[in-house]
Design a protein around this ligand. Structure first.
Ligand SMILES: O=C(O)CCC(=O)C(=O)O
Ligand SMILES: [Fe+2]
Length: 293
C-alpha cells in the first residue's frame, strides 16, 4: 500500500524510539490523517516489523505534566463533564465533591433522590440474575469468579423514571443519551466483588470486535450508588491509591477514552469485597458513537 510506504521511515524511527501506538495515532491525527486509515497503518507496521500487535493498551504509566504523553496531547484534554462546582443536570443540581485529574474522576453528590434509589432497586429486584463479564477471546458474556454479583438491564427510555435518570446522566457525562448503553443495576451481597478491571474494550482482544461494532469504544462510566454500605464494597482505583465509600444518591464519574480513541490504563478499578449487608449500584456507560442495539 503506497500510503503505508510513505509513512514507513517515520514509523521505523518512532518504533526504535519505543513510542506507543497511541502517541503515533495522535501525531497522525495532527497531520489530519483519517483515523481509520492511520490505525490500519499503525497495526500493519507493528505486525510486519515487530511481529507483535500494536501496543494500544500498553502505554507506560507516566506522571502528569511530564513526558511524551503530554507532548502528544494525550490525557491533557479537559473532561467531557461540565466544569464548575455544580452541574445543572436537567431537573437536578448535582454538586461536585472531589476531582482527580488522571485518570479523570469526579465524586458527585445529589445525583438521585432517596426515593429514586429505592424505586430503581424495587424495579430491578425481580429481574436479577448472576452478573456476567466479557470473554476477551470470544466476546461472549460469561459468569466468572472475578465478578460475584447479580444484575439486570433496563431498556433505554423504558419508563419515565429511567428517562429522567438517563437525561441526568447524559448532562453529567457530556454525551447525548443515544451514546449510552442501557442502565445496568447490580446487587452485591456479603463477599461479593468485582476484581480490578478497565471498562473499555481491549483493542488487542478479538472478543472486543463485536462490542466495538455497536457504538465504538466506551469512553466514560457513571456509577450511581443506591444505598449506603456498612463495611467493604468501596470502588477502588488501585493504580492511584484512590478509594470511594458508597453513599446513597451519590455517583462516581470516570472517563478513560480521549478524542483519538486512546484509553487510559490508569482507570483500572474494582468493586472491593462487600463486608456485610448489600451494595446496590446503577451504571451508565457511554460510547464514542450512538449505540444501536
Ligand atoms: O461495584 C463497584 O464499585 C464497581 C463496579 C464496576 O466497576 C463495574 O460494574 O464495571
Ligand atoms: Fe467497572
Amino acid at each position: 500500500m503506497r500510503f503505508a510506504r510513505e509513512w514507513a521511515p517515520w514509523l521505523a524511527e518512532a518504533g526504535k524510539a519505543g513510542r506507543s501506538a497511541r502517541d503515533l495515532l495522535a501525531e497522525m491525527a495532527r497531520e489530519r490523517l483519517d483515523e481509520t486509515a492511520a490505525r490500519e497503518v499503525i497495526e500493519e507496521f507493528f505486525a510486519r516489523l515487530t511481529g507483535a500487535p500494536a501496543p494500544w493498551q500498553r502505554a507506560p504509566l507516566r506522571s502528569l505534566g511530564k513526558g511524551p504523553a503530554d507532548e502528544a496531547g494525550a490525557f491533557d484534554t479537559d473532561s467531557r463533564m461540565p466544569s464548575g462546582h455544580v452541574i445543572h443536570a436537567v431537573d437536578r443540581d448535582v454538586r461536585v465533591l472531589t476531582r482527580v485529574k488522571r485518570p479523570i474522576i469526579a465524586v458527585l453528590d445529589n445525583v438521585l433522590s432517596a426515593q429514586e434509589c429505592d424505586r430503581m432497586r424495587s424495579m430491578g429486584r425481580p429481574k436479577l440474575s448472576r452478573s456476567k463479564v466479557m470473554n476477551t477471546q470470544t466476546g461472549d458474556e460469561m459468569v466468572m469468579d472475578i465478578r460475584t454479583s447479580e444484575g439486570c438491564y433496563f431498556e433505554r427510555g423504558g419508563n419515565e423514571l429511567i428517562r429522567r435518570i438517563e437525561a441526568r446522566a447524559s448532562a453529567i457525562m457530556g454525551m447525548a443519551p443515544e451514546h449510552g448503553e442501557p442502565l445496568q443495576l447490580v446487587r452485591y451481597r456479603a463477599g461479593g466483588e468485582y476484581v480490578p478491571h478497565c471498562d473499555f474494550f481491549p483493542l488487542d482482544s478479538p472478543g472486543s470486535d463485536a462490542h466495538l461494532a455497536i457504538g465504538g469504544q466506551r469512553v466514560s462510566t457513571l456509577i450511581m450508588y443506591l444505598c449506603d454500605v456498612q463495611s467493604g464494597g468501596e470502588t477502588v482505583f488501585p493504580e492511584i491509591g484512590f478509594s470511594y465509600v458508597p453513599r446513597k444518591g451519590q455517583a462516581l464519574y470516570f472517563e478513560y477514552t480521549d478524542a483519538t480513541g486512546a484509553s487510559d490504563p490508569l482507570s483500572l478499578h474494582a468493586g472491593a469485597p462487600l463486608g456485610s449487608g448489600e451494595k446496590w449500584i446503577l451504571t451508565k456507560w457511554m460510547r464514542e458513537r450512538a449505540c444501536v442495539y
